[in-house]
Design a protein around this ligand. Structure first.
Ligand code: ADP
Ligand code: ASP
Ligand code: MG
Length: 440
């Protein structure tokens, strides 16, 4: 069985959805198809939730109506037969009535997750109506019945596997299943999600849960590129990556993959392919256990980073100092991305500012603390990157004119990370593209 995940742009127009139907019926292998919301929908739902939370119900109502009008145009281009049209319009009615009801009740965090879930629920249901109209046998699997996270917001493959296997066993003759990406239930049984871009994570978790033959991530670009194509002009696709390389690129900001989406596939050794819905025959990127060639493969950037410099109040780092520092971050459940140490100070970066004030307050009880916001981590990733002669020199030569705040190398043998002011990001990515990859 294989997993095929289609992102927002891949289902973003009726014609694109119809193309997805062609792609999933090309071969006879049984499959679970994971769909994102139609592009733009989750952003709109985020805005609607924000407006409601601020009590701006009129504005929220306008946004809901605009979104509904878009779907009302979408439906008659997707399906034509009267019964399909009726079913599709009823789906819209159900979900937009739900949003309008939410407008009238008091807002809560749990309700905002319910709002966010509407995108994937609508896209999969409309797609199912189209498949039925086309006579394509399939089963719609409600992700909320098997995709779950624990009290720490972590999914567990074994738990998902147990639930999903039972559901699949109820449909022994089916070869095609459709389900929602992104959405799940939390430990309280409420509707929740796997964070923005989470449909990739869903696909990888399902692939691990059923030990799929492959996890295909279909998107709008032909695989992982060596640099961010939204920022840098000349970028090239990478044919092969190891799980370690792909995991680091995803974690350090390559938007094509959700940050956590590699570990389930890696842990259960399911190859991942990144493929392009607009160019289905392009090679894309294959990600598997096998190490790829040695050397730099790609650069990624992660914005919104906060650097915290913690200077020991005593002149030298006594032992126990680092433990005390880490305990503070652990207490506030804030992961550290980068860390550098010197004899008297340690610098760390975090991307979650929610507990920043408390963290700083506690650190200040035993150290001097400074905080720099609006930082970006630039990571140059590649199998045993430091082992390739000259790579480190090329990296540092490329950024010789830039004020680099931190450098980290050696923790992972596949990664060199630098911290720079976010205003310098574009320049750094461009300079690395020519200096390290010879592309300009
Ligand atoms: P989907 O909606 O299919 O999940 P995303 O927008 O989440 O698609 O991810 C695909 C986008 O990721 C591409 O269109 C591209 O602009 C962006 N991207 C950023 N970095 C990279 C990279 N290194 N390689 C390929 N795409 C990247
Ligand atoms: N629809 C969700 C988002 O836009 C999940 C996804 O597309 O992967 O973040
Ligand atoms: Mg995505």
């Amino acid at each position: 069985m294989k997993i095929m995940k289609f992102g927002g742009t891949s289902v973003g127009k009726p014609q694109r959805m119809q193309e997805v139907a062609r792609l999933i019926t090309k071969d006879a292998e049984p499959k679970i198809v994971v769909l994102s919301a139609v592009s733009g929908t989750t952003n709109a739902l985020v805005e609607i939730g924000d407006l409601i939370s601020k009590g701006k119900r009129e504005e929220a109502k306008q946004k809901i109506d605009t979104l509904e009008a878009q779907y009302k145009q979408f439906v008659p281009e997707l399906v034509q037969k009267p019964d399909a049209l009726e079913k599709a319009n009823n789906i819209l009615k159900e979900h937009f009535e739900f949003l309008n009801i939410i407008l009238r009740i008091s807002f809560s965090e749990a309700l905002s997750k319910d709002i966010l879930a509407q995108g994937e629920l609508i896209s999969t249901k409309l797609f199912s109506v189209y498949l039925t109209e086309q006579g394509i046998d399939h089963e719609l699997l409600p992700a909320l019945e098997f995709m779950s996270i624990d009290a720490n917001d972590d999914p567990h493959v074994e738990v998902i596997s147990e639930k999903l296997t039972k559901i699949l066993q109820q449909h022994p003759a089916k070869k095609l299943f459709i389900t929602q990406g992104y959405i799940c239930r939390n430990a309280r049984g409420e509707v929740d999600n796997l964070k923005r871009g989470g449909s990739d994570y869903t696909a990888s978790l399902i692939a691990a849960a059923i030990k799929a033959s492959v996890c295909e991530i279909w998107t709008d670009i032909s695989g992982m590129h060596n640099n961010d194509p939204r920022i840098v002009n000349k970028t090239v696709p990478i044919e092969r990556l190891s799980f370690d390389e792909a995991a680091e690129l995803a974690y350090f900001g390559a938007k094509i993959l959700h940050p956590a989406s590699i570990w389930p596939a890696q842990h259960y050794n399911v190859p991942v392919k990144l493929l392009n819905t607009m160019e289905p025959d392009a090679k894309g990127t294959t990600i598997e256990e096998k190490p790829s060639s040695v050397g730099a493969k790609a650069v990624a950037a992660k914005d919104g980073i906060i650097a915290i410099n913690i200077k020991s109040s005593r002149m030298l780092l006594a032992y126990g100092f680092l433990r005390k520092v880490f305990e503070v971050f652990e207490k506030y459940r804030t992961p550290i991305d980068m860390i550098t140490t010197s004899e008297v100070a340690v610098s760390v970066t975090i991307d979650n500012a929610s507990a920043l004030n408390n963290i700083v307050r506690e650190l200040e009880t035993f150290s001097n603390v400074t905080v720099d916001k609006d930082q970006t981590i630039i990571s140059i990733v590649g199998n045993e990157i430091g082992a390739q002669p000259g790579t480190l020199k090329k990296v540092f030569d490329s950024v010789s004119n830039i004020n680099v705040r931190m450098v980290s190398f050696g923790g992972s043998i596949h990664n060199i990370s630098m911290l720079v002011d976010s205003v310098n990001k574009t320049q750094v990515l461009q300079q690395l593209n020519s200096g390290v990859f010879g592309l300009s």
